[in-house]
Design a protein around this ligand. Structure first.
Ligand SMILES: Nc1ncnc2c1ncn2[C@@H]1O[C@H](COP(=O)(O)OP(=O)(O)OP(=O)(O)O)[C@@H](O)[C@H]1O
Ligand SMILES: Nc1ncnc2c1ncn2[C@@H]1O[C@H](COP(=O)(O)OP(=O)(O)OP(=O)(O)O)[C@@H](O)[C@H]1O
Ligand SMILES: [Mg+2]
Ligand SMILES: [Mg+2]
Lengths: 165, 165, 165, 165
């Protein structure tokens, strides 16, 4: 078990570093095992050094930067130990347009090997999707599903209803 | 082991039988605030064997049963069925498609089935054990949860990585 | 002091109820004093009953619904005990387009008596602003300010730089 | 007591002297992730007398001093001045405009001034005491904080309301 953990740590650390540089276009992300409480197993520290900035603690990062670091780590785990499917609920809400583009690029890479379901209000993410489902509340308090199809650039990316499921 | 189909009846805001077909690639789920998007994800977590009502935004397990609206009476049962593709044999069953089905009554009594055969909750949980899926894996990131891994202690992060090993 | 608290409670409760109905277009929001631990002062409970739905606990609300309830309470406080200025940092990030419009309507009302500063990525909020400042990082790691002026509908609402401050 | 002007030097990412003129109505502050928007709000909180470094996303008070970048050396002092309009005499001073100024050196020594006259931190805090402003009021809602009032216990919510009374 110990060997497997060490192996996973090394692979996730390498992948995290790679994805970090892709998302931040530079800088350095890495994982470290740190002695935590006495006697317990060492804990996992996340090191994020943004491009051009001195190393700062995670706490000083901005809202969007924290999300990018977390996403790099999650995607690293999913690449080292793939899951048949994954579900994300508004994970990119804090990102600006530029970082949304980088995020959807990562999402497309991930979708090569994993089925991706993402709940979102972000038009950039909608545009990157292959399939679009709308959840509506035509009757107060009850949900129904509508299969939508994105009609790019015709109406600014607002999805058009195709047919009621 | 990709997702094939989800069917909900009486589960939160999905009162009438609702079916969702899944596709490979990226599927985006969109809709107004409160329309029922996160409820869909709760339905999938529940079908995978989640036992903690609070992670489904309730306090008791029967909180997931449709509670009624001004024009509809409350239901007494909620049922969710999730069909997964099993061509590669990730799930230890001879079938190329596996459907797990879970129901709960107002009193909290559960009914469980795998491919139509009655079973216990433990059987569903054991089914997913080796796959790393279960309700709480790093492949399911709920609303507001994306930076939970950064907020966690070093020890909690280690445990998160161990789950993946 | 006790009299002043009771007075404030009554006024904030009334205002919260009014703003709640404005934001949700119906339903009922109110505050209640509840006996908490033994002997301590009664605590404040927030009751949110959405239009057409049975009363549910706050925990079951969606991400966007929770934000609307919180904003109704914050704005109620600001109306009963006005502050000369207020600052909001991405408070409306979880809202869909429709609820953003309701939110900016409330913001305009508030701005009649209070100076409002809002940090945002939301184009609907930008369009509602009287003045726009851009923060940029032309040189890596250092911030500078640019005064922008929104040129509505010309380029989809992306603010145009006017002059460097 | 509206905001008139903010001036920052060596404060977080605002290295060079930066000045922001405030206007009545709604002012939106926009910009990419990590560009320095929330840092501006931290600057205002600090000038109003905030003493808890963690609420300014640091661990020690001198964490707010510009830490340097690849091409700039770290500074040894941070200074923020905030000018407020005082026509109505909300602040107990004879001036129609009041400027509070706060500086900190690498060792954590603070310098404080009101309208150019040296004073203590307590003097700045006392100045704002009666106005309900101070760093933590309900009129300043930080990033990710909008639903803090819903996450709080009933007793904490009561204290929040008492602050307003
Ligand atoms: N058992 C139940 N019966 C009826 N309604 C329920 C039940 N449980 C939750 N709800 C309702 O479901 C709604 C929440 O839905 P959900 O969280 O899926 O919204 P959402 O589409 O994710 O919205 P957002 O974009 O704001 O996150 C709430 O209005 C809540 O009252
Ligand atoms: N003392 C300091 N010296 C230099 N840089 C600092 C200092 N303190 C914080 N920073 C940097 O400031 C940046 C955060 O800025 P800020 O939180 O204001 O961004 P933001 O514009 O609010 O972004 P977002 O839209 O993602 O919320 C971080 O990259 C952090 O490294
Ligand atoms: Mg949701
Ligand atoms: Mg910010």
């Amino acid at each position: 078990l110990r060997v497997r953990f060490d192996q996973t740590f090394v692979e996730v650390d390498r992948e995290f570093g790679r994805l970090f540089q892709q998302l931040f276009e530079g800088g350095q992300g890495s994982l470290e095992l740190v002695e935590d409480e006495l006697g317990a197993e060492p804990g996992l520290e996340v090191i994020a050094q943004l491009p051009g900035k001195k190393r700062r603690s995670l706490v000083a990062l901005s809202g969007g930067e924290r999300v990018l670091v977390a996403l790099a780590l999650i995607f690293a785990m999913l690449r080292v130990h793939p899951s048949p499917f994954c579900i994300f609920d508004e994970v990119e809400a804090a990102l600006d347009d530029e970082n949304t583009r980088r995020f959807t690029g990562l999402l497309r890479d991930l979708a090569q090997q994993t089925q991706v379901l993402i709940i979102t209000h972000n038009k950039g993410t909608m545009a990157a999707a292959d399939v679009l489902y709308g959840v509506t509340m035509q009757e107060l308090g009850t949900s129904s599903l509508v299969s939508l199809r994105l009609v790019p650039s015709q109406n600014g990316g607002e999805p058009e209803p195709r047919e009621e499921l | 082991m990709q997702l094939r189909r989800l069917e909900l009846v009486g589960f939160k805001t999905f009162v009438d039988r609702t079916e969702l077909e899944f596709h490979p690639g990226i599927t985006a789920i969109v809709g107004p605030n409160g329309s029922g998007k996160s409820n869909l994800m709760d339905g999938i977590r529940w079908a995978l064997g989640e036992t903690n009502a609070r992670l489904l935004r309730g306090s008791r397990m029967d909180d997931i049963i449709f509670a009624g609206t001004a024009s509809r009476r409350p239901h007494s049962l909620a049922r969710v069925s999730l069909t997964l593709e099993n061509g590669a044999g990730d799930l230890p069953l001879e079938f190329s498609e596996v459907t797990v089905s879970r129901a709960v009554t107002r009193g909290g009594e559960g009914e469980y089935a795998i491919n139509g055969l009655d079973c216990r909750l433990r059987d569903i949980q054991m089914l997913f054990l080796g796959t790393g899926l279960g309700g709480r894996s790093y492949a399911l990131i709920g609303q507001g949860e994306v930076d939970a891994v950064l907020r966690a202690t070093p020890l909690e992060r280690r445990q998160w990585l161990e789950e993946a090993a």
